[in-house]
Design a protein around this ligand. Structure first.
Ligand code: BT5
Length: 329
């Protein structure tokens, strides 16, 4: 049996598809409910921030999605098989990654998505913090159960940043990727990715993939120390974006890359490299307290960065890269 939420989602899909006024009687007929029932659900959608016009004798017209994150808005028309089949949203949480890990330990399924309007303790890598103001950006964590050996988990990071590059490119932007997890616009960080794996020696139990995308944050919303190195879609384009639409796009592109990773990881890597443009550049990498200097040679099949140093090729599995001319962290 369908839940009430599923039925309201159906009503929304119907209204959006029509692109003109639809009468309450007709909607009621299709959904098998009374006109008063339709009105009640429309009121519920309006209360969630949907812009729907109601006119006597004409009916209802869908105008726009709410500005706040909304699960119907994300699910409506979502073309994925696995990712986002179940979605969860909180107004505020410590970290969507921490939340998703707790749920995965309790049995959350592959593809479950955890979103929040704000994070009080958004996490970066290596104990760093992710700045997460309310109602402006996307903080999304995803539970994945990939059939891959633990040493290949870094490929998910690269795959996720590639998916984000596709999403941004569709908006007419020119994203660049920086090993291992940054998505940059004009050299500034617009998105960060953090994957946390729960694995045994030879088996991955689950991976939580966390994505933070700066969407509608203005320059003055960022703390002073990030203003030169961080950016948002609003700062880059002067336009506000629907976060519901973006979440949908992210899930769709991510699923494409995730499936491709299973079939042909080499293709994901070579696509990633085409956005990274790191090959042949002088880099300085800080990894586990060691400073490695040399020329970036590329990425190996497990997603590690290969650096040609004076003492031969060094394989870097984690760390921070500085490339001349890049301002990101
Ligand atoms: C990352 O770490 O880039 C991973 C960020 C992952 C965030 C998502 S949000 C959803 C999910 N839930 C979480 O708790 N986390 C994930 P790292 O490479 O260590 O970069 C962190 C550094 O980026 C910080 O030390 C700052 O310099 C900078 N930074 C912090 N907040 C930023 C922001 N909103 N935009 C751009 N740069 C930021």
């Amino acid at each position: 049996m369908q839940s009430k939420d599923d039925r309201i989602e159906e009503l929304l899909t119907l209204l959006k598809k029509e692109e003109k006024y639809v009468s309450g009687a007709r909607l009621g007929e299709i959904l098998g409910i009374s006109r008063a029932g339709v009105w009640k659900w429309i009121k519920e959608l309006k209360a969630r921030g949907y812009r729907i016009e109601s006119k006597p004798k004409k009916g209802y017209l869908f105008l726009d999605f709410p500005e706040n994150l909304d699960l119907y808005g994300i699910k409506e028309g979502l073309k994925t098989k696995v990712l986002g089949k179940r979605l969860h949203l909180l107004q505020e949480v410590d970290s969507t990654n921490t939340w998703a890990i707790k749920e995965a330990l309790k049995g959350a399924e592959e593809g479950e998505v955890f979103l929040a309007e704000a994070q009080t303790q958004g996490k970066g890598r290596m104990g760093r913090k992710w700045f997460s103001p309310k109602g402006k950006n996307i903080y999304l964590s995803l539970v994945l159960k990939p059939q891959m050996p633990p040493q290949r988990v870094p490929l998910l990071n690269l795959g996720a940043s590639l998916a984000l590059a596709y999403v941004l490119e569709k908006l007419g932007l020119e994203p660049e990727l920086k090993w291992p997890n940054d998505v940059l616009l004009r050299g500034k960080k617009v998105c960060g990715i953090l994957s946390e794996a729960y694995a045994e020696a030879d088996k991955v139990n689950f991976v939580v993939l966390g994505i933070g995308l700066n969407v509608n944050a203005k320059k003055e919303d960022f703390p002073e120390e990030l203003r030169d190195s961080a950016t948002s879609l609003l700062i880059e384009t002067g336009k506000e974006f629907s976060r519901n639409h973006l979440v949908k796009e992210i899930l769709q592109e991510l699923e494409g890359v995730y499936f491709l990773l299973k079939e042909n990881p080499g293709e994901v890597l070579s696509k990633w490299c085409s956005y990274a443009k790191v090959e042949g550049k002088m880099v300085e990498v800080e990894s586990f307290g060691e400073l490695i200097e040399g020329v970036a040679e590329g990425i190996d099949e497990e997603g590690a960065l290969l650096v040609k140093t004076e003492r031969g090729i060094k394989r870097v599995v984690a760390g921070d890269v500085k490339v001349k001319g890049w301002k990101g962290s």
